[in-house]
Structures are given as structure tokens and as C-alpha cells.
Design a protein around this ligand. Structure first.
Ligand code: PMT
Length: 400
């Protein structure tokens, strides 16, 4: 079950052209099981009808503080109290100023004042307005009071200017909601996760690589971030977009991955090596394209550095977790790798199956711990498996 299942989210929609994106936000939140109640301000209703929001949220839309029927059914105090989170997207310069100044003259500003739930603000406005001294100061003060912000993106705005001010991507706003609402079992932990394949050049046009898509490692990084960890993702070449709200370091070769993992993990609490690091590279990289001459080609390979093996030799207090990509004798091979590399745990998956392992959206894993305990995580999405892995690691390794 996802982080948002069963959560009560109050979505405030204020008056800006980005108001239409509230529809997509509602769909995303509801798609993950949240109950969404929308408060539409008077200026918001110039851009969006309550009927649209009501149809998508399947809840009455609250607009008027002085409407006796809505006030008796879903009044400002009851909304403020039942919300697990209040999200305002888009948040205009006007609502930021009102919240900062303690003005409660409509339903939304009153609910903000009355709630003890976390409030996430996703501003969207003209670049000049966003850069104005009043808005900068309001944002700074609201941050210092504990309000959370999803900063606007840069780009061409509806008014024609180019710069910061465009409402952040819906995916980014929803990810912030997940982060705020998830349990914080990894709070205070610094975690480095590796993902994807490495690519080892042979010549300017050819390289050695493997089928890793990065999906499993990216899911682990996102789950750790939601659980409150400070996450650095070290990724080989993939087609995936960088996850939000974490540092992503892009590398290509095993050697580059080793340098990045070493640098980023010096003060880490845990390192999870999910990357499928190439075991071999070309003994020599040709500076020019190697021509075919009608015959065969014997390519000489050299071993790459084993990143985990090296980390295991100088482990310190860090929790070290490997993955084992196996096609047979899974238990024996995985445990052998865990012992040889001095790991605390290894996550084994069967990469001979088409429905799990490389590239697929799902996985099924067994976690072997160095004390002999085994945990099985049955078939689930990689997002679900990632959550299961962190819960298992937390219970066994971080709680000690
Ligand atoms: O990216 P996806 O498409 O989602 O696929 C996910 C996955 C199948 C790649 C992932 O679940 C997985 O199994 N990753 C480990 C792949 C692998 O390289 O396994 P291995 O058994 O060869 O290596 C054992 C461990 O040593 C791994 O943690 C690996 O990162 C590490 N290693 C390996 C070689 C090397 N030179 N340095 C290393 O650190």
C-alpha cells in the first residue's frame, strides 16, 4: 500500500493560470488512495469551475467561508483538523502574503491558520512578481515558520516572460506530498544508492554494458528519501529522469562509479549497491573506430574494480548492502557474495525470469542477512519491493 492511501489531503487552489494543473494533482493523489477535498478561492474560480474539481475529487468543493450549509458539513475547523496535509497549488503571491501576515478572510486562508497539519506551498506567478522583495521575504518568513515549499520551475510562462515562476511539475509536487506524509524511519541517515548499468568503451562507437534499466535502484533511492534519509543516487547511464529532492551523480564506467561512490559515501550510514557494474572492460580503448576486416575479432578484456569488495574491506560503521543478480543456485551464490564482500545483507533476484529482475517494473527478492536470517519479498512493483527492503534493513540493521 502506498504512502498516500487513506490520507486526508486538503488542496487549496488559488487564482493563477496554473490552476488547471490542480486537476492533474487531484488525479495523482486520488490514484494513490488519498481523499482530496478542494478549497477553491474566489480568484481560483475565475480559472477553474468547482464542477471540474468536484467531479475529479468526488468531494464537494469548498469555496465560501460564510456558506452555512458547507460550513456546517465541512466547516473550516473540521477541514483544518481532519487534514493530514494541506497543499496549495498553485499558490499566488497574494495567498503567500496573506498567510505570512496572519490574514484569514476567506476559507483557504482561515483553514491554513486553523490547521496543525503540514502545509506545502507550490508557488506559481510571473517571474518579476516571484523575484519581488515582498514575495522573497514572505517565502523566507514562511519557511522559517515550517511551511514547506516546492519551488517553481524555470521556463516560458503564460505571460510570455522566461524565468522562474512556472508551477513545479505535478510529479514533483506529488512527490513532496509523499515525502511529507511517509514514516520517517530513516530520518538522520545518510544513504548512498547505486543504480543502472555501467558502460565500458571499446572504441568511439562501441561499448560493453548490460540490461540494467536503473528502475530498481531509482525506486530504492526514492523510497529512502520518502523515509526521511538524505539520499545520494549514483547512476550509470539510464533513460530515467533524475528523482526529485536528492542529489544524483551521473557516471558511465565502473571506475567512475567507484570514484563517485567512494566520494559520496565517506560519511554515509548505508551504501546499497544495486547497480549492475560491469565485471570486465576492454583492455585497451581504441581512439578510432575499429574497422571490420572480414575476419573475427578477439577482444581482450580486463577485470574492472569490484566496488563493493573494496568497500567491504574498509567498512567502518557503515551498513553495506549488495544485490545479487543470479540465474541459478540463488541462495548459495548470494550468500557466497555476501561473505566474500563482507556485507551486512544481500538482496538476491532471479534475473533469468522475464517478469522480474532486469528492465521489468516488478521484482521478487530474498534478502540474506549476515546473521543467517532470510526475508522473502513476494512479487510486487519495484517501488513496493524498495519499501520492503528499507523496512527490512531498518528493522535489522539500523535499529541496532
Ligand atoms: O536496473 P533494473 O533493470 O531495475 O534491474 C535491477 C537489477 C537486476 C540490476 C538489480 O536488481 C540487481 O540485481 N543488481 C545487481 C547486479 C549485479 O551486478 O549483481 P552481481 O551479482 O554481479 O554483483 C554483486 C554485487 O556486487 C552487486 O551489488 C554489484 O553492484 C556489486 N559489484 C559488482 C561488480 C563490480 N565490479 N563492482 C561491484 O560493486
Amino acid at each position: 500500500m502506498g504512502v498516500l492511501a487513506g490520507k486526508e489531503i486538503v488542496l487549496g487552489v488559488t487564482g493563477g493560470i496554473a490552476a488547471y494543473k490542480a486537476c492533474e494533482i487531484i488525479r495523482e493523489l486520488k490514484g494513490e488512495g488519498a481523499n482530496v477535498t478542494t478549497i477553491l478561492t474566489a480568484s481560483g474560480s475565475q480559472f477553474l469551475t468547482p464542477l471540474t474539481l468536484q467531479t475529479l475529487s468526488k468531494n464537494p468543493v469548498v469555496m465560501d467561508l460564510w456558506n452555512l450549509i458547507s460550513e456546517s458539513e465541512i466547516g473550516h475547523i473540521s477541514l483544518a483538523q481532519r487534514a493530514h496535509l494541506l497543499l496549495i497549488a498553485p499558490a499566488t503571491g497574494n495567498i503567500l502574503g496573506k498567510i505570512r501576515g496572519g490574514i484569514a478572510d476567506d476559507m483557504l486562508s482561515t483553514v491554513v491558520m486553523a490547521t496543525a497539519a503540514p502545509v506545502v506551498l507550490a508557488p506559481a506567478m510571473n517571474t518579476q512578481m516571484y523575484a519581488s522583495a515582498a514575495v522573497r521575504e514572505n517565502v523566507a518568513v514562511l519557511r522559517s515558520r515550517g511551511f514547506l515549499f516546492v519551488e517553481p520551475d524555470e521556463g516560458e510562462l503564460a505571460c510570455g516572460t522566461v524565468g522562474p515562476g512556472r508551477l513545479a511539475a505535478v510529479g514533483k509536487i506529488v512527490e513532496m506530498v509523499r515525502i511529507v506524509l511517509a514514516e520517517k524511519i530513516l530520518k538522520g541517515k545518510k544513504v548512498v544508492v547505486s543504480a543502472g548499468p555501467t558502460a565500458e568503451s571499446i572504441d568511439p562507437v562501441r561499448f560493453l554494458s548490460n540490461r540494467a534499466s536503473g528502475k530498481m535502484g531509482f525506486a530504492l533511492a526514492r523510497a529512502a528519501r520518502r523515509f526521511g534519509a538524505d539520499v545520494t543516487l549514483v547512476s550509470g547511464p539510464t533513460a530515467l529522469a533524475d528523482p526529485y529532492f536528492m542529489k544524483t551523480v551521473h557516471v558511465r564506467t565502473a571506475e567512475e562509479m567507484q570514484t563517485a561512490v567512494d566520494r559520496e559515501s565517506a560519511d554515509a550510514d548505508a551504501i546499497v549497491m544495486c547497480a549492475a557494474v560491469a565485471d570486465f572492460r576492454a583492455a585497451r580503448i581504441s581512439p578510432t573506430k575499429i574497422k571490420k576486416d572480414g575476419g573475427g575479432w578477439n577482444l581482450e578484456l580486463s577485470p574492472t574494480v569490484d566496488i563493493l569488495d573494496r568497500l567491504g574491506r574498509d567498512k567502518g560503521r557503515r551498513v553495506l548492502v549488495g544485490f545479487a543478480a543470479e540465474t541459478g543456485d540463488i541462495e548459495q551464490n548470494a550468500i557466497g557474495k555476501m561473505r566474500k564482500k563482507n556485507l551486512d545483507a544481500i538482496v538476491a533476484n532471479d534475473v533469468s525470469r522475464a517478469d522480474i529482475g532486469f528492465e521489468s517494473d516488478d521484482n521478487e527478492v530474498r534478502i540474506f542477512f549476515s546473521d543467517g536470517e532470510v526475508r522473502e519479498l513476494p512479487l510486487a512493483t519495484k517501488e513496493g519491493i524498495a519499501v520492503g527492503i528499507w523496512l527490512a534493513l531498518h528493522g535489522k540493521l539500523f535499529a541496532r
